[in-house]
Design a protein around this ligand. Structure first.
Ligand code: AMP
Length: 291
């Protein structure tokens, strides 16, 4: 496995692969790797000739300095995990390499999807994320880029970026890897205490319960699920989840995945996603489920 810190050296190596018609798969991460990240890597290894993983904690996508400073970091463990699965190249740049002397994001205009939910709760987050993703794409020139459905809004926004720039990069959406309790794997889970870990599993239970309510409704009725009933089901799962004193819900919303608008009533045979963000103790977690 080759490790690069320097952009120009990485680009030189990549251009050799590209000129010999090798396909490149790219997995951008912020490190503290778990089996979710490794699923992206192993899928890329199956589908492309050369898999490149980047590890970079991008400061411009953090709207909270504490969150940035406390973000888990363990490069030596990450490198072992990547070596074990057979990753070909790891890129670990520093801030200077990615931003020069100006640690600034670009401003993107991709519509509503940038300003609701995570965009509203974490101002500047998506501009920072898109800035670094564009920089990394231009360095790596991947044929395919691998992102997790766990960060559904991020994935949706990257899809809009690729469409709006007529990019040839193929976006591969990878299903969320969960632990046996259903908890979505996340680098931030490392912050949870034993009790908080137990509480955190209730997030996926809430999503699953909500899905069950909707499916039960549709199994009995040919009508749409109207806004009142939708609100009733949402409030029911929110209230169950709030019974746990360690949990504070930041949002629980259902979106129409065609246009990322808030769903008002749910139709048969259409796809929606329920998205949740919740604090478990001090740690903010996100998850989602296909409805
Ligand atoms: P991060 O290091 O958190 O920026 O995540 C890097 C990539 O891994 C993103 O595309 C995430 O959506 C994806 N990812 C994070 N957690 C999971 C998970 N539990 N299952 C699948 N993919 C994930």
């Amino acid at each position: 496995m080759k490790i690069f810190n320097n952009t120009n050296q990485l680009k030189k190596t990549i251009s050799k692969y590209l000129s010999s018609d090798k396909t490149i798969g790219f997995v951008p991460t912020m490190g503290a790797l778990h089996d979710g990240h490794l699923k992206l890597i192993t899928t890329s290894l199956k589908e492309t000739n050369i898999t490149i993983c980047s590890i970079y904690i991008n400061p411009t996508q953090f709207n909270n300095l504490n969150d940035l400073n406390n973000y888990p970091k363990n490069h030596s463990e990450d490198l072992n995990k990547l070596k074990n699965v057979g990753c070909n190249i790891v890129f670990i740049p520093n801030n200077k390499e990615m931003y020069g002397n100006k640690l600034e994001s670009n401003n993107y205009n991709l519509g509503n999807c940038l300003t609701v939910l995570e965009g509203q709760k974490r101002p500047g987050h998506f501009n920072g994320m898109l800035t670094i993703v564009e920089k990394l794409f231009s360095i790596v020139s991947p044929n395919k880029a691998y992102f997790g459905i766990k960060d559904f809004q991020q994935l949706w926004i990257i899809k809009q970026l690729l469409i709006s720039t007529s990019s040839p990069i193929i976006l591969r959406e990878i299903e969320t890897v969960r632990d046996p309790s259903g908890l979505a794997l996340s680098s931030r889970n490392q912050h949870l205490t034993k009790n908080e870990l137990i509480s955190a599993t209730k997030i996926f239970t809430a999503l699953s319960d909500f899905k069950m309510h909707v499916h039960m409704f549709f199994s009995k009725s040919t009508k749409n699920l109207n806004n009142n009933n939708l609100k009733k089901y949402i409030n029911q799962v929110k209230s169950n989840l709030s019974n746990d004193t360690l949990i504070k819900i930041d949002y629980f919303e259902v979106i129409d995945i065609e246009n990322f608008s808030f769903a008002k009533n749910l139709k048969h045979n259409k796809q929606y996603r329920a998205l949740i963000a919740a604090y478990v103790g001090e740690t903010r977690l996100i998850d989602n489920i296909l409805i």
